[in-house]
Design a protein around this ligand. Structure first.
Ligand code: MCA
Ligand code: AMP
Length: 468
């Protein structure tokens, strides 16, 4: 029972879900689930344009209650990326809001159900079935589909509910995208599992957070640094119970400002699309600035060196972070090679992150192993994907993409471009090109036209030389 509060609902809640000004009762959610499942017939897998809207909530909820795997498509997706996701996933229908230029896939509108029955019987099916296929960037190539089972999602949400004392009387607020683990799985599906009210603010602005009256707030570090830059908005969060930060490192000065203005030490938690959330500080435990907490229930972590040998958990020795957990993904769709590479011989998941663990099990994330995975505003973006897109532009001869430190976004995407001999690559044009081909959030914030890229004797680009 993944969305257990809907399945076992004893009574209706008039405002179970609010997305900006649109409100849905629990009964409407359940009734629309029935409509979605009858409209989709026996589809094996459907794509949903995951905009911050009631339509998205109904589409995802309906599919999951009907046992149909969902492929969330980023709301700001560009043409090439959408084509890749739809083709690679094998989605058989497009549910909900439809892009203007969608071709080749049957479109199924979402019908908003009336006040139907007040409970829903989840169809028979295995907890091992795939619930979501979330596309995420690697260091090279186009995004890969991460297969997440109903069991993994349920295990993660229950472990988080325990660590955060998350309960049905909470009001959870966020304004994050509904196509990633943070906003979709934790925010929406978590609320539908726990049974609390869910509020989506549309955009995660400080003013919207201040006005939402929540007990729990989720944000990426960029959101929290914008909140603390608005003193009145931050102070309006004092009545909340829990402020939670994740998806990227929360700078210690932002942590301290949150404490000063709201009276709350934020909860920090760490994870990834592939592993879901595996480490978190706890309501009843220490919340140490710069540290992301302890393994959640059922999760094991270890640090290894370059040879795969364990290194000490002494709070100082840096190692590659490995995870074993009931929340792990079932592989990348159609990519056995990449799936095999993601695990060591004993089944530990290679997170790609570098960390330290202290003697009490507290984790600090030091950074990523690869410069080619960029975290910008909490979004994970592969440098290779942007480079491939830019090389498709006639004005680009060579390109190297890196993430440079940024006060607001954590890292900002910067493309170093050698223009093709016939010239003509204007930075603004290249930025728009990526926004149209991939996603708006994958666009470089800056393009620097250079005469040549720094290379070693083998001709490999020396990205570290571009980071300074
Ligand atoms: C600007 N815009 C453009 C262009 N330039 N549009 C098209 N082409 C251009 N060249 C427009 C955009 O459409 C948008 O318009 C507006 O500019 C602002 O967009 P942007 O600059 O991208 O926004 P931002 O202010 O920089 O966004 C900051 C943000 C965002 C809100 C914090 O980065 C965000 O939502 N981050 C959350 C990421 C997240 O949830 N990550 C979780 C994954 P308009 O505003 O009109 O639309 S991680 C995860 O799941 C793991 C498991 C975990 O640990 O949580
Ligand atoms: P994604 O799959 O988009 O969720 O990206 C996962 C990556 O985000 C992780 O491998 C980390 O590099 C980073 N990340 C997530 N949460 C945190 C955190 N609390 N602190 C530092 N990095 C984080």
């Amino acid at each position: 029972m993944l969305l257990s509060s809907l399945v076992s609902a004893a009574d209706d809640i008039a405002d179970a879900v609010r997305v900006q000004d649109t409100v849905l009762s629990r009964g409407e959610l359940i009734a629309s689930a029935a409509s979605v499942s009858s409209d989709l017939g026996g589809a094996r897998r459907v794509a949903v344009l995951a905009s911050p809207s009631v339509s998205t909530v109904l589409a995802v909820t309906g599919c999951l209650l009907a046992g149909i795997p969902v492929v969330p498509v980023p709301a700001d997706v560009g043409a090439a990326e959408r084509e890749h996701i739809v083709t690679d996933s094998g989605a058989q229908a497009w549910l909900g809001e439809r892009p203007d230029d969608l071709a080749g896939l049957p479109h199924v509108p979402v019908r908003r159900g009336g006040e139907g029955s007040s409970s829903f019987t989840e169809p028979a099916g295995s907890q091992d079935d795939t619930a979501l296929i979330i596309y995420t960037s690697g260091t090279t190539g186009p995004p890969k589909g991460v297969l997440l089972s109903r069991r993994a999602l349920a295990a993660d949400l229950d472990a988080l509910a325990e660590a955060w004392q998350w309960a049905a009387d909470d009001v959870l607020v966020h304004g994050l995208p509904l196509y990633h683990v943070h906003g979709l799985v934790l925010g929406l599906l978590g609320s539908l599992r726990v049974g609390n009210r869910f509020v989506h603010t549309g955009k995660p602005t400080p003013a919207a957070y201040a006005a939402a009256g929540g007990s729990m707030y989720f944000g990426v570090p960029t959101v929290w640094s914008r909140v603390v830059a608005d003193t009145a908005a931050a102070e309006a969060l004092r009545p909340a119970r829990l402020l939670v930060s994740g998806s990227a490192a929360l700078p210690v000065p932002v942590f301290d400002r949150i404490v000063g203005l709201t009276g709350h030490a934020p909860i920090e938690r760490y994870g990834s699309t592939e592993s879901l959330i595996t480490v978190s500080t706890r309501v009843d435990g220490e919340r140490r600035p710069g540290w992301v907490g302890l393994p959640l229930r059922g999760v094991r972590t270890r640090l290894v060196d370059e040879d795969g040998e364990s290194v000490q958990h002494d709070g100082a020795t840096i190692g590659r972070l490995m995870v074993q957990s009931p929340t792990l993904f079932d592989g990348y769709l159609g990519r056995p090679d990449a799936t095999a590479d993601a695990f060591d011989a004993d089944g530990w998941y290679r997170t790609g992150d570098v960390a330290v663990i202290d003697a009490d099990g507290m984790h600090r994330i030091v950074g990523r192993e690869s410069v080619d995975l960029i975290k910008t505003g909490g979004f994970r973006v592969g440098a290779g994907e942007i480079e491939t897109a830019l090389l498709g532009h006639p004005g680009v001869a060579e390109v190297a993409v890196v993430g440079l430190p940024d006060e607001d976004l954590g890292q900002r995407i910067v493309a170093f471009v050698v223009a093709s001999p016939d010239g003509g690559a204007r930075p603004e044009e290249l930025i728009d090109y990526v926004a149209q081909q991939l996603s708006v959030h994958k666009r470089p914030r800056e393009v620097r036209i250079v005469d040549a890229l720094p290379r070693n004797a083998m001709g490999k680009v020396l990205k570290k030389a571009l980071l300074t």
